[in-house]
Design a protein around this ligand. Structure first.
Ligand code: C5P
Length: 310
């Protein structure tokens, strides 16, 4: 095999609760992560030249060592030096469809696809849990992106337990192209503003809701899921980016099942009753906010992560 092509889906956070500080500088989290069918396409090809080369059709992204897809390939070369010597370098091509710096794990999913793709090209026979361990070295969301579907994540976000998958549910996803939120900034600001209540708050509404939303997912009841969606980073991001707050209010006023910011934002998603309702909501949001800077997608929740195309 000389090349593999993979689909790398985005994720949304149905739930993100910050529990407290960790000794490694990260935050202890409870998250519910959900794959969606908005996806990048990644091709990983063997190269006669002994190095890693990244190509990407989105000029916003660097193609050097700072690209997380490059870091994933470099990790494979250092973890499996004999395979690297045997098979040579890697050409990686990224067709970007997932908005960048959006809270949708676009970079993490590309990295997960590179790990899986290189593992296949080099016949390493890696299991999902071995790939997840490698993924955790690259970022907190990478392990989830490998298997995808619906999962509860704890620790830094890398400790995963699968939940029943929520398929055939449609969302509208909205993101202002010109707003990019830095994830470290969102978490650091949250710490500065709310550290005084960290770890003391286990009986809070949010902690109660994490059990309620899991129950709603087990019941596969989208209305109940929508009722218990939660994201601690909303208050930080929305107080700086008022356009994001206003966007969420537009969705609320249009009568969706529920609406929430994903991850560290600024993407907003809205859970809808049907594909038809999602298309109508998208149309009505566009009418209310004619600003072409606002990207809108109808997307579907899916039950898988990285998939091999060829
Ligand atoms: O793990 P990842 O590189 O995706 O995280 C990006 C940033 O988000 C970290 O540098 C950190 O500032 C913040 N973060 C955190 N706690 C987590 C996950 C991420 O503080 N559990």
């Amino acid at each position: 095999m000389e090349s593999v092509t993979l689909i790398a889906p985005a994720k949304i956070n149905l739930y993100l609760e910050i529990i407290g500080n960790r000794s490694d500088g990260y935050h202890e989290l409870i998250m519910i992560l959900q794959s969606i069918d908005l996806a990048d396409k990644i091709n990983v090809q063997k190269s006669s030249i002994d190095r890693i080369r990244i190509r990407c059709d989105n000029p916003q992204l660097p193609t050097n060592k700072s690209n997380i897809a490059y870091k994933a390939a470099a990790l494979m070369t250092s973890e499996f030096p004999e395979a690297f010597v045997k098979h040579g370098g890697l050409n990686i091509t990224i067709n970007k469809h997932i908005p960048v710096s959006a809270g949708l794990a676009g970079g993490s999913s590309d990295a997960a696809a590179v790990l899986l793709g290189v593992g296949l090209l080099w016949n390493l026979g890696l299991t999902q849990s071995e790939l997840e361990i490698l993924g955790a070295k690259l970022g907190s969301d990478v392990p989830f992106c490998i298997g995808g579907g619906t999962a509860i994540a704890t620790g830094r976000g890398e400790q995963l337990s699968a939940l029943p998958s929520l398929e055939n549910i449609y969302i509208v996803l909205a993101k202002y192209r010109s707003i990019a939120v830095s994830t470290p900034w969102a978490y650091t600001t949250h710490r500065q503003e709310f550290e005084n209540i960290y770890n003391k708050d286990t009986q809070s509404l949010a902690a109660v809701h994490s059990r309620d939303i899991v129950k709603a997912i087990v019941n596969r009841d989208p209305k109940e899921v929508a009722q218990f969606m939660y994201n601690d980073l909303e208050k930080v991001v929305m107080s700086k980016y008022t356009l994001v707050l206003e966007l969420k209010e537009v969705f609320v006023n249009l009568g969706v099942l529920g609406t929430m910011m994903s991850g560290s934002g600024p993407s907003i998603f809205a859970l809808c009753e049907s594909k038809q309702q999602a298309e109508e909501i998208k149309y009505n949001v566009r009418k209310t906010i004619p600003n072409q800077d606002l990207e809108l997608f109808v997307s579907q929740l899916i039950g898988h992560g990285i998939q091999l195309v060829s």
